[in-house]
Design a protein around this ligand. Sequence first.
Ligand SMILES: *Cc1c(COP(=O)(O)O)cnc(C)c1O
Length: 223
Amino acid sequence: MMTDDELRAILTDRIADVRRRIAAACASVGRDRADVTLIAVTKTVSIRVAALLPELGVPDLGENRPQELWKKAAAIPAANWHLIGHLQRNKIDRTVPLVALLHSVDSERLLDALSAFGDKSGRRIPVLLEVNCSREPAKGGFAPAELPAFDRFPGVEVRGLMTMAAYSDDPETARPAFAELRALRGPLPILSMGMSNDFEVAIQEGATHVRVGTALFDGLGVE
Ligand SMILES: *Cc1c(COP(=O)(O)O)cnc(C)c1O
C-alpha cells in the first residue's frame, strides 16, 4: 500500500502530464486552454485516491455508476460530481441532487422523468444528451438524426452533448465521431468528448470537457 504522500507524488506528475497534453492540443488549433475542463474519472480507484484530486487542483470528478457516485460523493462532497454513465429512472431522486452535470442522458423516457423531477424541485436539471456517433449497436445514446426537441422537457436544461468514440489504438479513428458531435451542437455551450486515448483529437474538434481515467489512475486501482 502506498502512503498518501507517494500517491500525491504520482498523481501530481500525471495531472501535470495530462494538463500539458491538453494545453498542447489547445495550442495546435488556437483554442484557449481555459475553455477545456478536465474531469478525472475515478471509477477504477478508491475513495482514498479520488479524494486527493480536488486538493491537487482537479475539482471535477466523474463516475459511471450511480451507486458508486453516491458513495464517493458522500465522502468527497467538495468535488463537482459528473455522472457519465447510464442513469436508471428509479435512481433519479437520489442521484441528481449530488451531481453538477449529468452527461449521459440517453432516452426520451429519462428526459421526461428528469423534467418531472426538475419541476418538482423547482429548478431545471442541467444535462447533456448522449449521442451514439460511433453507431455501435451495444452503445447507448440518441442516434445523431434523432435528437429530441428540447422544449418538450421544461424541467431540464440541455447544456450540450456527450459522446464516446469507438475504442481504437489510433486516436485519429475517433475524429469523424467528434466532428459529427460538434456539427450537431448548434448554440449549446458544452461538448463532452475525449478519453485517455483520444482527448487531444477531441479538443482539436471542439471538446469543452474531457473525461480522463486511465492516464491519471492506471495501476492505482489497488490503492
Ligand atoms: C471510463 C470512462 C471514461 C474514461 O476512460 P479512460 O479511457 O480510462 O480515460 C470516460 N468516459 C466514460 C463514459 C467512461 O465510462
